[in-house]
Design a protein around this ligand. Structure first.
Ligand code: MOS
Length: 744
């Protein structure tokens, strides 16, 4: 009875619902004191002075730290392979100088014996500034858009700022139907249930322990060590439980280093826990992006030209660029394609990955434009996509490792009842409500990065898996237990997983939907090694019933080793290890991609079908059903994969209908920095969601056969909703979110 492929319940679920799974802010550290930041009130300029007297005299205050008294940190160059930071620029170095680069930047930190006293004293700090003109309006600044410099660093960047194949201009001239439209995805903020928090504890010997919210503990260790000029081994980062991330905890943000800095200054363990409002400050966001898409097709719908241009905001100190245009280059079989990516430097903090970073933004534009083209040609939207289906990757000129997109279209169309759709906008009704059916394609790369794991078979016959990987919610605890259980021949209940600690072997960022494909094989190989060693112990021990057998003739099931030809001849791991007085048997393996990377193009594909109703009187859009058909290779755990799909689709519904960070262009301040005005879907907004995974064999990405499924489910949802709204109303909304005012 194997465990992989079965709907095993989350092994850490009980600890989570009982509140026993500790998040970063929840560690009861002896002698802990609290940091509260003072935030800039201008978006650009210099700090000219402080009046700290009142804060310093306030009760319980241990220190008020500003750039004038903060120690200067060495900030050694980063190790690029251990950093998720943009390649151009450097992270904000908080309290290292007088520069203000965005509103709500840290300009001072108050440390006090309670959080309330720290916050009260922080409110007493008076700061004077020399303000400078700031770049705050995207509309005004886009004149100064520039090509990201990343292309200069890397001759073959994943995301070139300029790309062309064929002759898109000539293709456009030949086209019988053309679309030329501009789409806007606004700034969006991650709103995980757990806000960012860091506790920093220095030992007398000068080593540092951090409890941090992180999707990549090893990177935080590296970043912090480099900032302080320490050996990586002098820093330990613990993040065993993470309450959601969505990409927002992929980097070591300034508050992490700041917490360590003030803890060293006050010689006490310090906690810095961001408020919900501060979550809209210095911990990343999905960048505002404007995209122009031009499509040209012949009368039969064959694409003759595809031109996709994107302009996105970044900060003035880092160039954050994302894969917005990747779908345009690889999704459709079109010979003539041009993509152009530009950035606009603004006085905001640096944007970052947010679920489907780039692809979700790009797919909104591309898949809306494809719908517009279908309307123009009077073609069914699914049929238009089938006529442009790419049989091989047209960008890399490589075969797909696996692709089941046709099945996804067919399965999704079948389940939503696509044949009942009458093409004319406004032609379907339910009573007084307008009904719309829309669809879009989902696409996301199937990534894999080299990873290491350790698996220990213990004397009691149970096993433990060690990895530094985080589990921000996708079920890494459970899926790794399943993989180890099968490789060891154990029941999954006998496998413990200990992760989120930099003392354990290397794992990459829990981002890019890659953890299963990356860490899974390392866990499998480590478990196989431990099992092999245990078998060898049995075969070479005269007291074992298996003594002298050929290792190939030994099977392990339920923790019992036995002769394949004679199941009565055997013993358990526990009996074997107890008799030999062996405390543990260890497997420790590394596994990463090989030459298949150069032979195949690896992507997950899917399709979303959405049914909406629009109230013709108040123009409110309600989503009735979302049918998603997803192809991700082998599904390791259907229960958890279902949960991933639900989360992704709900994120897509938020993107489509609700989410938008508003900034006041005069001051650069977020005006809805809270969960009552930054809208995310609540249960009442979430209709029948019917995600399903189609059967697919993925032979090449990794030995487990699974492709990434974390981000795929959000990609395309916003376009599918917008397309359904068009079908219901005849109104094409090209700037998200689709509020009532956009349908007037
Ligand atoms: Mo995901 S946005 O790569 O955490």
């Amino acid at each position: 009875m194997t465990s992989v492929g079965r709907p095993v319940k989350r092994i850490e679920g009980r600890a989570k619902v009982l509140g026993k799974a500790r998040f970063a802010a929840e560690y009861p550290i002896r002698g802990l004191v609290y940091a509260a930041p003072v935030l800039s009130t201008i978006p650009k300029g210099r700090v000219t002075g402080f009046d700290l007297a009142a804060a310093q005299a306030a009760p319980g205050v241990l220190a008020v730290i500003t750039h004038l008294n903060a120690p200067k940190l060495p900030y050694l160059p980063q190790t690029p392979t251990l950093s998720a930071d943009p390649k151009i620029g450097h992270p904000l170095r908080a309290l290292q100088d007088d520069r203000v680069l965005f509103d709500r930047q840290y300009v001072a930190v108050v440390v006090a014996d309670t959080l309330e006293r720290a916050e009260a004293a922080a409110a007493l700090v008076k700061v004077t500034y020399q303000a400078e003109p700031a770049a705050l309006s995207f509309a005004a600044e886009k004149r100064r858009a520039f090509a990201p410099n990343e292309a200069r660093l890397d001759p073959q960047p994943e995301n070139p700022s300029d790309y062309q194949r064929g002759d898109p201009d000539a293709g456009m001239v030949k086209a019988a139907a053309r679309i030329d439209a501009t789409y806007v995805v606004p700034t969006e903020h991650h709103n995980p249930i757990e806000p960012h928090a860091t506790i920093a504890v220095w030992s007398p010997a000068g080593t540092l322990t951090l409890y941090d919210k992180s999707q990549w503990p090893v990177s935080v260790r590296s970043q912090v060590a480099r900032a302080f000029g320490l050996q990586a081994g002098s820093v330990r980062v613990l993040a065993p439980f993470v309450g959601g991330g969505f990409g927002g905890a992929g980097r070591a943000w300034p508050h992490v280093i700041l917490t360590a800095l003030v803890a060293r200054a006050v010689k006490r363990p310090v906690k810095f826990s961001l408020s919900r409002e501060q979550m809209y400050g210095t911990v990343g966001f999905r960048p505002h992006t404007e995209q122009r898409v031009r499509l040209g097709a012949d009368a039969g719908g064959k694409l003759l030209s595809l031109v996709h241009e994107a302009t996105a905001q970044t900060s003035t100190y880092e160039e954050y660029a994302e894969a917005t245009l990747h779908p345009a280059r690889m999704l459709y079989a079109c010979d003539n394609v041009r993509t152009t990516y530009r950035l606009v430097g603004m006085n905001v903090s640096t944007p970052t990955f947010m679920r489907g970073p780039g692809e979700a933004t790009g797919a909104f534009a591309l898949e809306s434009a494809m719908d517009e083209l279908a309307v123009r040609l009077n073609l069914d939207p699914v049929e238009l996509r089938l006529r442009n289906h790419a049989e091989a990757d047209p960008e890399k000129k490589l075969p797909w490792s696996s692709k089941s997109l046709r099945q996804c279209y067919a399965d999704g169309a079948e389940r939503i009842g696509w044949t009942r759709r009458t093409p004319a906008p406004g032609s379907m009704r339910d009573g007084r409500l307008l009904v719309g059916l829309g669809m879009a394609t989902a696409v996301y790369p199937a990534n894999r990065t080299a990873s290491s794991a350790k698996v220990l078979l213990l004397a009691d016959g149970s096993a433990v898996v060690h990895s530094s990987s985080s589990d921000m919610g996708p079920g890494t605890y459970t899926s790794m237990a399943q993989v180890a259980a099968d490789a060891l021949g154990l029941d999954v209940s006998r496998v413990r997983v200990e992760i989120g600690d930099t003392e354990y072997p290397f794992a990459p960022v829990q981002g890019g939907s890659q953890m299963m494909a990356s860490l899974g094989p390392a866990v499998m190989l480590s478990a196989q090694e431990a099992r092999r060693k245990a078998v060898v112990l049995a075969l070479s021990d005269r007291r074992s019933p298996l003594y002298g057998l050929d290792p190939a003739g030994v099977t392990v099931q339920g923790g019992r080793l036995f002769a394949a030809g004679d199941p009565s001849r055997g013993e358990t791991y526990a009996a074997l290890l107890a008799r030999l007085k062996v405390a543990s048997v260890e497997g420790h393996q590394t596994s990463g991609p090989g030459s298949e990377k150069d032979r195949y193009s690896f992507w997950s594909f899917g399709a979303h079908f959405v049914e909406v109703t629009v109230d013709p009187d108040v123009l409110e859009t309600r989503v009735r059903r979302v049918v998603s058909s997803l192809a991700v290779g082998r599904v390791i755990n259907p229960r958890i994969a279902h949960s991933q799909a639900l989360g992704g689709v709900i994120g897509g519904l938020g993107m489509a209908l609700l989410e938008e960070t508003r900034r006041d262009d005069r001051y650069g301040r977020v005006t809805n920095a809270n969960l009552s005005e930054y809208l995310v879907p609540v249960n009442a907004d979430v209709p029948r969601l019917e995600p399903a995974y189609v059967e697919e064999v993925e032979p090449y990405l990794n030995p487990l056969g699974g492709k990434g499924l974390g981000e795929l489910p959000i990609v395309g949802v916003a376009a599918a909703v917008a397309n359904a709204v068009y079908h219901a109303t005849g109104k094409r909304v090209r700037d998200l979110p689709i509020g009532i005012e956009k349908l007037l």
